[in-house]
Structure formats: structure tokens, C-alpha cells
Design a protein around this ligand. Structure first.
Ligand code: C2E
Ligand code: CA
Ligand code: CA
Length: 502
């Protein structure tokens, strides 16, 4: 048990850490996306402002390069963070500049981008490039050097060193600016494009693990704390469930030892004649103190642990004796027994029932078997093989909870089913505006076309009895006739007058 709980704890703990890591990554991606979109938008804005500033300057051919002009050029570049340098060119000569930095005019290349801007670039030997905006005027022009990602754009990012960018202005030729790729461990990237008129811009932002760490929602400490709490809570719940299951198994063992499992019987009545045609045997656990435990509280554990086999046998011994007591030993009234797929894995049940039938001198068809469609039979071929001796002896097989579970059709085809027990779920839809009421009709049609008899389960009202009769379903099991009862009560039970005739 300790090992199982430790494994559960480790499993959940690891799953939580993986989940936190996944979400952290997701949040970082969302931040990168948001930042890239904002950055490209800001850059586009800066281009517009720089272009405006360029066109507010006087005709370059009329300008005298004096201190006042230099101050004005410097002021323009100072006012607009996108402008690094403003220079007036006459012909091939730099005439006047906002700063002392010379522009390498020889490597100057104009870009044919059909936009409101005239763009150019200067490619440097170290592969970096200056991005220029140009205003022509006769033989003269202004050249404005733009810094695509000046630090104050990236200053928005608290983690600016975690980012690298590749910025492209599409055209002939393309203008590409990249950061110096300071991060080699780029773990996520996001591309954003913007088209306005003929200007097409793209930005690819690459982010490092530091970026992911910066934007993650939960720190390692919080993640470990979260994982520890979740894993502890779920391990405690698992422990409780497992010990409960173990103690339930112990209790079932004791109940078997003290012979506490007992059959109850629920009548199955022909609604036309009002006569009892059979019963379903339903297990009850009657404790020493007389309290009755219903099947849903122990059957699932009994099935899971395999103890259902012993329980069935304990109850069958009492049932066989009851059948004699009721005077049903000729088999005119059948008793249905619930079996599970485990009963069909070997011949134990067959030999046990054969022994009982001989011992109590019963006709074999006193018994009928019910197998639920809710549980899957892994090996249909083997199940069919195990059922054969029962059929040969004279018992038949009913499909319980028909329409609710696994491959009813294949069970009918493969297992030699004689009767469909229509589940309460479908009976409940009678006269209700429910799509499932069509399923009820479909199940009945299926039974008719497959020459199967039917029993409707969970029938609680005469209205339902009448509807079912109108569809040819007359065998009724439900509170409308009787609830399951102990043998003492069953022995003297008489059906009321036929409801259908009333
Ligand atoms: P089931 O085989 O489908 O049995 C029918 C269940 O429906 C019974 O519940 C019965 O009391 C209930 N029922 C019948 N008519 C009505 C009705 O008109 N209204 C309502 N509300 N309920 C109705 P029960 O006895 O509590 O049994 C529950 C389930 O436990 C059974 O469903 C069966 O799957 C399982 N079970 C009972 N005894 C055994 C057993 O000996 N062996 C196995 N393997 N399973 C059993
Ligand atoms: Ca049943
Ligand atoms: Ca059923």
C-alpha cells in the first residue's frame, strides 16, 4: 500500500510540475506575441512621425549650412526617438548634418518600395545596416538615418536582453535588420506582419529561456509548493479509497464466512393475464444486526475483487432451496440469476449449478441467466463456449440493461441471447418528450425482428404498462407490481388483479 501511495504521489507531483511548466511556456508565448505586435505597431508609428518631421524641414537647396540649421537638424533628431541622424546631401557631397557622424554615402542603396516613404539603406562591412528615409529635392536630398530598434523601443521590455529580433521591410531589395543575436538559447519565437498601403513590415522576435523565466506565472518554489499540495491531497484521497476498498473486501470476506448474503426476489408479471411468470433474484447483504445493505454498496467491490463468484454461490444455495419451498421445482416459474463475465471464464458456475439442480431435484429451466450489457466481455468466443453446457441443460440467457452498454448486437449474435431486458432508463422515457423514447421503440423493434422475447424493467406506472403492451411488451418487472422482497414474503405473494383488464 505504501509503495502504491508513494507512486501515486510521485506521479501526481511530476504531472503537476509538467503542467506548470506547460502553462508557464504558454504565458511566455502570449507575452512574446503581445510584445511583438506592440513593437511593430510602435515602429510603424515612429516611421510615420519621422516622415512627417522630414517633410516639415525647409527645401534642402535653399538651406544655408550654419549653426542655426545644424541646431534645427539636431533638434528634429532629438525630438523624434526614431531619428538618429539628419544630413543634407548636395549631389554626392554631404553638405550639412545634425551630428558629426559621417554617413558612408558610397554604399548608399535606394529601395524601390512603392510607399509614401522613400527608403534606402547603407550596408556596412560588418553586415549591419543603416536604414534611411529620404526626401528628394532636385539634385539635393535629406537623408534621415533611422534606428529601427532604438533602445527606448525595447526599453518597454523589462527583459530586453532576453530578446533578439529580425526586422524586414519587404521590397526591392528587402531591408533586413537584425539584432546582434546575443542569445544562443532562443527557446521561443513569434513572427508578426503588418501591411499598410504598399509598405510591408515583418518582425520576428526570438526569446531566450530567461524571457520564459521572466514571464512565467509560477516560480519554481510556487510550482513545487502547488505540486506538493495537489499530490498530497490526491494521495490522501487515494489512500482513503484504497483502504476503504481493502476494508470492504475484508468485510465481504467476513460476510461470506457468516453466510450473510441472501436472495431477494422481484416478480416478473405477464401484464395480459396478471400472472407471475418468473422472478429476478437480487442479492442483499443482511448484517447480524438485521440491517440490509443494497447491492450498489458492495457488488462493485465484489466484482472488482472476484468475490462475486463466492457471493453468487452462497446465494444460489439459498435460492435453490427457496425454489423448492415456493413449489417452482418443475420450472413453470423461472428464477433469473445475475452473472458477470468472470463467471464465464471457466466452468465453475456450471458445475456448481449442475450440482445444486441435482441435489434439490430441480428442472434446469427453473433457472435463467442474466448478463449485463454494461460490462464488456473480453473473449466472446470463450464466453459462448462456456454458455453451451447451460443451454444444453435447458437454461436460457437474458441480456440485462439492453441498450445501455457494450455491443448488445454482437452479444445477441454471438451468445445466443433469448430475451432482452429493457432498461429502466428507456422505460422512464415513456410519454416523456425525450429523444431516448425513440431508442425504446428501436430496442423493441430490434427484439421483434430478431425473434427475441422482452422483459421491461423498472416499470412504475400503469401508463407505462399500457404503452409497453401497445408495443407488444407484456413481461413486466417493476414497482408497479412489486419491489424485490425476501423469500418469506415471496412465498405468499400473489399478483393483484390484472391491471390491463381494469
Ligand atoms: P439489475 O440487474 O438491473 O436489477 C434491477 C434493479 O432495478 C434492482 O435493483 C431492482 O430493485 C431495481 N428495480 C426494479 N424495478 C424497479 C422500479 O420500478 N423502480 C426502481 N426505481 N427500481 C427498480 P437492486 O436490487 O438494487 O440491484 C441493483 C443492481 O445490482 C442490479 O441491477 C444488478 O446489476 C446488481 N445485482 C443485484 N444482485 C446481484 C447479484 O446477485 N449478482 C450480480 N452480479 N449483480 C447483482
Ligand atoms: Ca438483472
Ligand atoms: Ca437491469
Amino acid at each position: 500500500m505504501k509503495r502504491v501511495i508513494s507512486l501515486i504521489f510521485i506521479g501526481i507531483f511530476s504531472a503537476c510540475l509538467i503542467m506548470v511548466n506547460f502553462f508557464n511556456h504558454f504565458f511566455a508565448e502570449q507575452s512574446l506575441k503581445r510584445d511583438a505586435e506592440q513593437l511593430l505597431f510602435q515602429f510603424h508609428d515612429a516611421l510615420n512621425e519621422a516622415n512627417l518631421a522630414l517633410h516639415e524641414l525647409p527645401d534642402p537647396e535653399q538651406v544655408q549650412c550654419n549653426e542655426a540649421t545644424q541646431t534645427r537638424l539636431a533638434q528634429s533628431s532629438f525630438d523624434n526617438p526614431a531619428i538618429r541622424n539628419l544630413t543634407i546631401i548636395h549631389g554626392q557631397d554631404q553638405y550639412c548634418s545634425s551630428s558629426a557622424i559621417e554617413i558612408a554615402i558610397e554604399d548608399y542603396k535606394e529601395h524601390a518600395i512603392d510607399s509614401e516613404y522613400d527608403l534606402a539603406s547603407i550596408q556596412h562591412l560588418n553586415k549591419s545596416a543603416d536604414f534611411l528615409m529620404v526626401r528628394h529635392h532636385g539634385d539635393s536630398k535629406y537623408i534621415m538615418s533611422i534606428n529601427p530598434f532604438m533602445v527606448n523601443y525595447l526599453a518597454e521590455f523589462a527583459c530586453s536582453n532576453c530578446l533578439d529580433y529580425t526586422f524586414t521591410i519587404h521590397g526591392e531589395p528587402e531591408l533586413i535588420f537584425s539584432s546582434a543575436f546575443q542569445n544562443t538559447n532562443q527557446v521561443i519565437q513569434y513572427q508578426v506582419d503588418k501591411t499598410e498601403g504598399n509598405l510591408k513590415l515583418s518582425l520576428v522576435l526570438h526569446a531566450s529561456q530567461d524571457f520564459v523565466n521572466y514571464y512565467k506565472e509560477l516560480s519554481w518554489f510556487a510550482a513545487v509548493l502547488f505540486a506538493t499540495i495537489v499530490a498530497s491531497v490526491l494521495s490522501i484521497i487515494s489512500y482513503k479509497l484504497l483502504t476503504r476498498r481493502q476494508s470492504m473486501q475484508h468485510m465481504i470476506h467476513d460476510a461470506l464466512k457468516y453466510n450473510e448474503f441472501t436472495p431477494y426476489y422481484q416478480p416478473i408479471v405477464d401484464s395480459r393475464s396478471g400472472k407471475l411468470i418468473g422472478v429476478e433474484m437480487l442479492a442483499r447483504w443482511i448484517k447480524k444486526d438485521g440491517s440490509v445493505i443494497p447491492p450498489y454498496q458492495f457488488i462493485p467491490y465484489a466484482e472488482e475483487s472476484g468475490l462475486i463468484i463466492d457471493i453468487t454461490e452462497q446465494i444460489l444455495i439459498k435460492t435453490a432451496a427457496d425454489i423448492n419451498r415456493f413449489g417452482w421445482n418443475k420450472g413453470l416459474i423461472f428464477t433469473s440469476i445475475n452473472i458477470v463475465p468472470e463467471h464465464l471464464s471457466d466452468d465453475r458456475l456450471f458445475h456448481f449449478m449442475q450440482g445444486l439442480i441435482e441435489k434439490e431435484s430441480l428442472a434446469a429451466h427453473c433457472f435463467s441467466l442474466e448478463i449485463t450489457e454494461r460490462r464488456q466481455i473480453e473473449d466472446l468466443e470463450n464466453a459462448k463456449h462456456r454458455l453451451y453446457p447451460f443451454y444444453k441443460m435447458g437454461m436460457n440467457l437474458k441480456l440485462d440493461d439492453a441498450g445501455t452498454g457494450y455491443g448488445g448486437f454482437s452479444y445477441v449474435q454471438e451468445l445466443g441471447i433469448s430475451t432482452l431486458k429493457i432498461d429502466k432508463m428507456f422505460v422512464d422515457t415513456i410519454n416523456q418528450d425525450d429523444i431516448k423514447s425513440q431508442v425504446l421503440d428501436a430496442i423493441i423493434n430490434f427484439a421483434n425482428t430478431s425473434c427475441l422475447s422482452t422483459i421491461a424493467e423498472g416499470v412504475e406506472s400503469m401508463e407505462q404498462v399500457q404503452y409497453l403492451a401497445s408495443k407488444g411488451v407484456f413481461n413486466i418487472q417493476g414497482y408497479v407490481y412489486a419491489k424485490p422482497m425476501a423469500a418469506q414474503e415471496m412465498q405468499f405473494w400473489q399478483p393483484k388483479a390484472t391491471h390491463l383488464e381494469r
